[in-house]
Design a protein around this ligand. Structure first.
Ligand SMILES: Cc1cc2nc3c(=O)[nH]c(=O)nc-3n(C[C@H](O)[C@H](O)[C@H](O)COP(=O)(O)OP(=O)(O)OC[C@H]3O[C@@H](n4cnc5c(N)ncnc54)[C@H](O)[C@@H]3O)c2cc1C
Length: 551
């Protein structure tokens, strides 16, 4: 006797989207999660709420000419699909770009999600029109950030709980997918002791009992591997250099990747394990929520970027241009950290921090505070707090003192002041004309042709050593784990495939555990803001397909 029509493993965004669709179709669902109820929504709650949309009214209002063709060109140039097993990932990529250029915005809007009117320009590329990166700004910020993305789906699921269609079971950790006659027919695992751990903090793993539940289908929505640094290092591809010995964590500890091998053991296949998306602009959180908690700086293009010994990173590895290109470069320098060198004028305009808790104005939908970003004489409060209290920040009026501070933060004094000064003075000379041979200066001026960048996001070009723009600021940057681009191999219905390419009966996957669709719809790299939408889209697909199959 089945306990439900469908069991969903993981109450993050993908799990919530799948559950909501199943309940809408009248199916009975058990939604399980190892964490306490307070962590409902998973990583999405902590997210910045950035959403990739194509040719939206927000873009059009800002005179951005975007199109499905341009977005597909950017996606494919960024993904670089080149493997036989990229068949389904490529199909998912095409379907996802259709969704982002089509019904995505209206679907979310109908559920109450609202967008901030300024569209951000993430991952700008810099290699040429068919290469990596967004040709135009497409990063739409949810009004209310991550919690604003989770809310509509949580609301739908809670309504279904009230109607008796969905049962929520927290502190249920799945250890096995049960298989009978070649088909997955349930889950087995341990009931963990009750926990009052605050959202995002580690909860106890002490078991108090076991469970064994049966259903016609199981949907796995358990997230990626970014909280498991040993696994990240084990799967680290040689094209990204050697794996870092120390990383900051951009995700809570529950992002442990366990369900990947559990699903593999039941007969599902995993592809593109070596594709991952980690950031190079990580700073240690002075007020951490989870272990090794790091925050990603979402940088504007003006900071000068130096490796650990003071060499300027080569073009086009400017802030916000090519995340993995920069990562590969850094991991070949022999050191794991780099430096931004900037001014007060730049930090004020160009530093944003990723994460809902780092953007209380947007998260709390406080319009007055948001407007303050444009007119304030200082950086937003959370950025100022990092400047004052973060261990990675050095603030000085004089370059020699700045370098002294930088060298005090590393085991050996690696930066030579004369060499750094020579680079900065040379770059400063390039600012005198409206044209330049320095590609970063050209890129800064190019960015300012986009009006929101000119008014609120990109500082007016100035000499870094001009005392009027000071003090000088140096920020030590470390590698920060975040997203898993590969995962469970699925077809366009979200059905998990076996190694022979046939569906493993009874099991679906969605969200980060499935590489956001297909086992890696991003290919090698991402355009940003594509992960939350990938969870929603793949969760919706898997939920609808499973609802039909168990009909
Ligand atoms: C700080 C931050 C900022 C981000 N900003 C953005 C952004 O602006 N735009 C964007 O597109 N993306 C962003 N992301 C990425 C995005 O939030 C995630 O990729 C997405 O939320 C993943 O959702 P998921 O449902 O696949 O997995 P998760 O949110 O990880 O949820 C998985 C759930 O499964 C549970 N689980 C795992 N294993 C088991 C098991 N064995 N038994 C029971 N339960 C289990 C976990 O406890 C968890 O609750 C950000 C992420 C972070 C952390």
């Amino acid at each position: 006797m089945a306990d439900a029509d469908v069991i969903v493993v993981g109450s993050g965004l993908a799990g919530l989207a799948a559950t909501a669709e199943l309940a809408d179709a009248g199916r009975r669902v058990i939604l399980l999660d190892q964490e306490p109820e307070g962590s409902l929504g998973g990583q999405a709650f902590w997210s910045f709420g950035g959403l990739f949309l194509v040719d939206s009214p927000e873009q059009r209002r800002l005179r951005i000419r975007d199109s499905h063709e341009l977005a597909l060109q950017d996606w494919m140039g960024t993904a670089g699909f080149d493997r036989q097993e990229d068949h389904w990932p490529r199909r998912w990529a095409e379907a996802y770009v259709d969704f982002a250029a089509g019904e995505k915005r209206a679907w979310l809007r109908a559920q109450g999600l609202r967008l901030f009117p300024i569209v951000g320009w993430a991952e700008r590329g810099g290699y040429g029109a068919i290469g990596h990166g967004n040709s135009v700004p497409r990063f739409h910020i949810t009004w209310g950030t991550g919690p604003g993305v989770v809310a509509p789906f949580e609301r739908r699921v809670r309504r279904a709980v009230a109607r008796g269609l969905v049962t929520l079971r927290f502190r249920h950790r799945v250890d096995e997918l049960t298989v009978t006659g070649g088909a997955v027919d349930g889950v087995r695992g341990q009931i963990l002791e009750p926990s009052s751990a605050a959202r995002g903090t580690a909860s106890s793993r002490v078991a108090t009992g076991e469970f064994d539940l049966k259903a016609q289908a199981v949907i796995v929505t358990s997230g990626g591997i970014g909280g498991n640094h040993d696994l990240v290092r084990k799967l680290w591809p040689t094209r990204l250099g050697r794996p870092p010995t120390r990383m900051l964590s951009g995700v809570p500890e529950h992002v442990d990747g366990r369900m990947l091998s559990i699903t593999e053991k039941a007969g599902g296949s995993i592809i593109n394990r070596d594709r991952m998306w980690h950031y190079t602009e990580g700073i240690q959180n002075w007020d951490p929520i989870w272990k090794d908690h790091g925050i990603r700086i979402l940088p504007g293009p003006s900071s000068m970027w130096f490796d650990a010994v003071g060499n300027r990173l080569p073009a086009p590895l400017f802030p916000g241009f090519d995340t993995l290109g920069t990562l590969a470069h850094i991991m070949r320098t022999g050191y794991e950290h780099t430096w931004f060198v900037l001014t007060r004028e730049i930090i004020k305009r160009e530093f944003a921090l990723s994460g809902s808790e780092q953007n209380p104005d947007l998260t709390n939908k406080d319009l007055r505070q948001v407007l303050g970003r444009a007119f304030s004489k200082t950086a937003p409060g959370p950025v100022e707090a990092f400047k004052e209290r973060g261990v990675d920040f050095v603030v000085e009026r004089d370059l020699r003192d700045l370098v002294r501070g930088m060298n005090a933060l590393t085991e050996e004094p690696l930066i030579d002041v004369e060499r750094l000064e020579r680079e900065i003075v040379a770059r400063d000379r390039e600012i005198e004309n409206p044209f330049s041979k320095d590609m970063q200066v050209v890129a800064i001026r190019g960015a300012r042709a986009y009006r929101p960048d000119r008014f609120i996001r990109v500082a007016k070009p100035h000499r870094l050593l001009d005392p009027a723009s000071g003090p000088l600021i140096a920020v030590r940057l470390r590698i920060l784990t975040r997203k898993t681009l590969g995962g469970l191999h699925t077809d366009l219905s979200g059905r998990v495939l076996r190694a022979d390419g046939a569906p493993l009966p009874g099991v679906y996957a969605a969200g980060e555990v499935a590489g956001f669709g297909g086992g890696g719809m991003h290919g090698y790299r991402a355009l940003e803001g594509t992960f939350l939408g990938g969870c929603l889209f793949s969760g919706r697909v898997a939920g609808r397909a499973a609802a039909e199959a168990v009909g």
